[in-house]
Write a protein that binds this ligand. Sequence first.
Ligand SMILES: NC(=O)c1ccc[n+]([C@@H]2O[C@H](COP(=O)([O-])OP(=O)(O)OC[C@H]3O[C@@H](n4cnc5c(N)ncnc54)[C@H](OP(=O)(O)O)[C@@H]3O)[C@@H](O)[C@H]2O)c1
Length: 325
Amino acid sequence: MAKRIQFSRTGGSEVLEYIDVTPADPAPGEVRVRNEAIGLNFIDIYFRTGLYPAPSLPSGLGTEGAGVVDAVGEGVSHLKAGDRVAYAQGPLGAYAEYHVLPADKVVTLPDNVDAETAAASMLKGLTVQYLLRQTAPLKGGETILWHAAAGGVGSIACQWAKALGVRLIGTVSSPEKAELAKSNGAWATIDYTRENVVERVRELTDGEMCDVVYDSVGKDTWITSLDCLKPRSLMVSFGNASGAVEGVNLGILNQKGSLFVTRPSLNGYADTRERLETMCRDLFDMLGSGKVKIDIGQRFALAEAGKAQDALASRQTTGSTILLP
Ligand SMILES: NC(=O)c1ccc[n+]([C@@H]2O[C@H](COP(=O)([O-])OP(=O)(O)OC[C@H]3O[C@@H](n4cnc5c(N)ncnc54)[C@H](OP(=O)(O)O)[C@@H]3O)[C@@H](O)[C@H]2O)c1
């Protein structure tokens, strides 16, 4: 028997159950991973609350983890039992001691990336990779606005942007989070719970405004974000920490300066094995070079997944959070 977290109905963190299961054998094309560390992500909360529907209930939760391959299904050639691996995509169920998933979503870890670092950075780091290198292929010299800059994705973005020579203005909700974002390389910070973000961006950029805005807060920041952009520039809406952006009248993009908008996801960018491997190479290079260091702000036991999610949802975490089986 092994432990896993599952939920049979959507709701608050109380719906998460810590149960015993017999780990399934991998089907053809699948592998079973014995998790050493599991990544906690805001998307896990969207599935638990029902904002994103789980394919069926009861359901496992979580899509990010790292550990050791424990069993290999028929037809899998790039992995074998004992390999150190990580993953950030695939079926819900990473909140578990053992997770079975398609082998083509699983990558081998370089020797210099340990399991905790991998679990804390696969989903978030690959997200930063596509956002900074693909959604907007930044070259250096641009000014960008990044909301929630002291969070998991934000902490990686601050460092990666600095390495690219991009001026990242990060929003945060406290002086402590501002300090953290600056120590990670944010060019400037704005406390969006106290300051007028549009005015501060105008001051900081001498009226030029931003080349790209990266907004994962969603409902609360949508309009402010549009107002921080240069004419004909790009709004990247990639999350809903405060609730989903709904009911958008496209005319607003005209009114705010002939803007472009995109609503991307990791699965939309790492959609082939080749693309996943290319993105992982870029991420592992950034980790290996020391240009991006992963800040694991919190560690929780797997059994305390609900407590960990409550901390993330109530803005008490900084950097990445991992669950330990
Ligand atoms: N589309 C994709 O491919 C993709 C992939 C990964 C993550 N994401 C998104 O990126 C965002 C960051 O993910 P993460 O896991 O690294 O989380 P996180 O940034 O560590 O935590 C979310 C942060 O959002 C801020 N926030 C603002 N308003 C909030 C509210 N009403 N409730 C809760 N938090 C609020 C908080 O920072 P302050 O206290 O500083 O405001 C909080 O710490 C999430 O929206 C997630 O869905 C998207």
